[in-house]
Design a protein around this ligand. Sequence first.
Ligand SMILES: NC(=O)c1ccc[n+]([C@@H]2O[C@H](COP(=O)([O-])OP(=O)(O)OC[C@H]3O[C@@H](n4cnc5c(N)ncnc54)[C@H](OP(=O)(O)O)[C@@H]3O)[C@@H](O)[C@H]2O)c1
Length: 173
Amino acid sequence: MKDMWLIYSADENWAIGKNGDLLARIPEDLKDRFKALTINKTVVMGKKTLLSLPGKKGLPGRMNYVLSRSEDFACENAVVLHSLCELFEKLEESNADIFVIGGGDIYRQLQPYCKGAFVTKILDRFDADTYVDNLDKASGWVKTKESDVMHSIAGIDFQYVDYSNNNVKKYGE
Ligand SMILES: NC(=O)c1ccc[n+]([C@@H]2O[C@H](COP(=O)([O-])OP(=O)(O)OC[C@H]3O[C@@H](n4cnc5c(N)ncnc54)[C@H](OP(=O)(O)O)[C@@H]3O)[C@@H](O)[C@H]2O)c1
């Protein structure tokens, strides 16, 4: 299987969402970095994240896999899969790297299988209901790169921080 990566924006508490939406939108991140990293690649997301996307459909220019346990859920421009087992079977066919794009439930389940993480660190704290693991404290995870602090046109300070997982698990092992 090709390498799998986490990609998300998280605040200083490692919060990522509230009421089904992002905590903050950083246009430079979404339009430049997120797109550049994921275009022509495979993306994996949970149903709640899919439902938060424009038009509630898969992202253009990418192979989209959506996880849902509901057998009758369908959506445009995405293949719906019903378990991690089904997902990993499909991912064997992917000839591009795989990006896990959310949300909290899916990040938690797939983190052990990811080679690293591309984190957009929002230098603020928000009221939230969805969180990811604190990678600065997660066993086997190490910070490999940290950008300078940038100031978004949305008025938010942020940084790009990359992490590597020294203990990548193989599904089924
Ligand atoms: N900051 C960021 O970068 C970022 C990125 C993405 C999302 N988010 C935020 O994260 C929040 C959504 O996260 P979430 O944790 O609530 O939901 P989620 O991870 O997007 O989706 C959860 C859903 O995925 C399905 N699912 C989960 N595990 C599964 C499995 N093993 N097999 C099959 N289906 C499975 C279930 O759908 P069914 O109920 O249909 O079975 C479950 O309800 C939103 O606030 C969103 O804006 C933030």
